[in-house]
Design a protein. Sequence first.
Length: 256
Amino acid sequence: MRIDAITLFPEAFSVVRDAGITGRAHKQGLWSLQTWNPRDQAQDIHRTVDDRPYGGGPGMVMMMEPLLKSVEAIKQDRLVSDASDVQAPVILLSPAGEKFSQHHAATLATTKGAIFVCGRYEGVDQRFINRTVDAQWSLGDFVLSGGEIAALAMIDAAVRLLPGALNHGDSSAQDSFQDALSGLLDSPHYTRPELFDGESVPAVLMSGNHALIARWRREQSLSLTHAKRPDLIAQARARGLLSAADEKFLATLSGS
Ligand code: SAM
């Protein structure tokens, strides 16, 4: 997977390129990252990439030419390095975008990558969006100062799903929202010490009975999701991912 990021702050991307699971996966060559600073495509000596908004109002707007040229440079570079990479979608980070989810991460992880455009200031000239952007993704209903943090979160979520990115012990299959968990929330986790300040680890986890442990985890996952994200229970039910035992347990939670 190759990620290109158009950003005024390329240094921000060292977090995913160098650290932790994504850093290790990068070293292993499971994914690659290239950053592109629109200032390098600016026309003037000051490397200007923003200007005042037409119609007035506060703040500045990112000009379209440096962004367009950055996208062209990336497509050219992808063409030279791997012809099959050329079709990578241009994704603008934006509060107006589709809310990013595990589904987006999983889709991204099965593709050859994407070109992320990180906005700054009041946003980018609408004409750039109209002619070049294939999709807009949002991290949530809040406003960040720039698209970098949103892109970093999305890249991290996708990279950890790449085959080989995680050690066997921390397999992503058992994570919240994954199909192996029927799209539900993960169950609680415990480690040593067995007893802390009068609070002990649930006895079932030390029973050595794998079937009982699996059932306990499933019920914890169902309870937690029922309490915090009932929409995910409804989705799992609609997708036929709940067993008769799951439904029986859920009925006890609802008191029916
Ligand atoms: N004026 C814009 C608005 O009210 O929607 C906010 C612009 S914001 C200060 C600057 C840039 O940060 C945006 O162009 C976008 O790239 C990024 N950004 C802000 N919030 C975001 C979010 N929730 N998800 C993804 N990107 C976001």
